[in-house]
Design a protein around this ligand. Sequence first.
Ligand code: PEP
Ligand code: MG
Length: 573
Amino acid sequence: MFSLHGIGVSAGIVVARARLIESGHQVDVPHYHIKAAETEAEVARLQAAMREVQHELQSVGSQLPDDAPPEAKALLEVHAMLLDDPAFTGEAAQAIRQSRWCAEWALSAQAAELSAQFEAIEDEYLRERGRDVQQVADRVLRRLAGSPSAHAMADEPAVIVAADIAPADMLQLRHALGFVIDQGGVTSHTAILARGMNVPALVGAGRASELIRDDDLVILDGHRGVVVVAPDEAMLSEYRNLQAQEVLDRQRLLRLVHVPCVSLDGQAIELQANIETPAEASDAIAAGAQGIGLFRSEFLFLNRSRLPDEEEQYRAYRAAIEAMSPRPVTIRTLDVGADKALGVSGEDVHQAPNPALGLRAIRFCLAEPSLFLTQLRAILRASAHGKARILIPMLAHAHEVEQSLMRIEQAKQQLRKQGLQFDEAIAIGGMVEVPAAAICAVSFAKRLDFLSIGTNDLIQYTLAIDRADHHVASLYDPFHPAVLRLIQQTIRAAQRAAKPVAVCGEMAGEPRAALLLAAMGLRQFSMHPAHLLPVKQALLRADLASLSVRLQRVLASEDFERLPQFLARLTPA
Ligand code: PEP
Ligand code: MG
């Protein structure tokens, strides 16, 4: 028995077997043993994937334009030949039969061995061929990922252990019982998705993917940020008690679902939910959400070779709006880039020198007007079925606000011409998640109907800390005075312009931070549905007027040593 510590990003306790997923070059490689009776079927699965890749390469080759460089054809031929090479394919089949490795594991191990042999060669040209081996393996792995057996593996209830998992890949692991990930920070999108799945998760877990073996029994405690590997009976029984206690606590909180959120001193607070897919609207309603404050629409766009068209988007937005009706649904326009690269045209975004500072979110949409207009039309059409709001991410410049409003008007015009219904008065809001927007919040508030503060990115960009990098996770401080000032400034700007303002970053869902935000005057919060009731409980018990007086004294004193004391006293009972 041993335990590993990391950052708990999604609470809960689970006891289950570990399933290792290795992050390959661009492809996640599952490592699991198959049953003896399944070996021939597994070899056949590998061979089928290889044949498909060979056809794919042939068809790419036959469609090369006449002016394509001659190397392109040669390269495709080399890749096709590799798929016939017994040193590659025969050895992989052998590993399936002898070691009972799944096809992905056998193939990636063989590719790694061959690449290593190439790397030892002195001749530079031949050394480079090692990369061809890896590229061919990656193609086959991607094919295998689409084959039924791989999905069965992903559907198997287990705690997924990996060096890293891209947000897009998380979507394929919907049946995971929990996650232990070597990398990542509290507000990385991988962590946010784990919370969305309502399973315990640990990020920044160091070398967990090297130390935990496939099929190990693990206790994952997302609240305390620990995973216990191969626990003994005493440890198992202690955790069973803790699990039972958690169930009781959750049941007690459920009594608050229909209680209006009003603080001790009579301040009403609106609690909304963040969702990534329309299906999660039911979690939001079950937790008593008064609406959706953030629908991260980009998750409809990930993991696909073809982007969703207007009709598909319209159906998804309409489903969320109808499920929540008459409550509002705030649909954020596509926020791709950084760790959420599109599979299709997003490759450029992914390869940017610094994707978090690159063509992300609204910058990407304004650069791709037809994609943006398609989404806007879909949202507008869905707005005919309930109460929808549009939210624009990552605004930094006034001209981005103007251009976004212009595109929305253009989409409306197109629908009017087609005679299609939509809500003419649909509210349009902007996210304040770049310090520039917080500093200029007054002018943003004047031009828009509402503001929503994205603290996840605001903290990242204010402190120059990559939110997904666990090496600097300890410096990612939501309570840094500079962050608090920017938030306070934004709330005040919105109040002065008489426009609603919410916080939809992860801070809103942490009871202590929620109290601090409420003391700053915030009256609208949006968070993952699982956080709604703990936050409501903290707010119901708070005297916001007196908290506010104390907070203003601390902030005005410039004596930031007093801030930790103030925060310590905020810890909800
Ligand atoms: C944020 O940045 O706080 C936010 C809510 O958006 P996301 O986490 O999707 O970047
Ligand atoms: Mg953001």
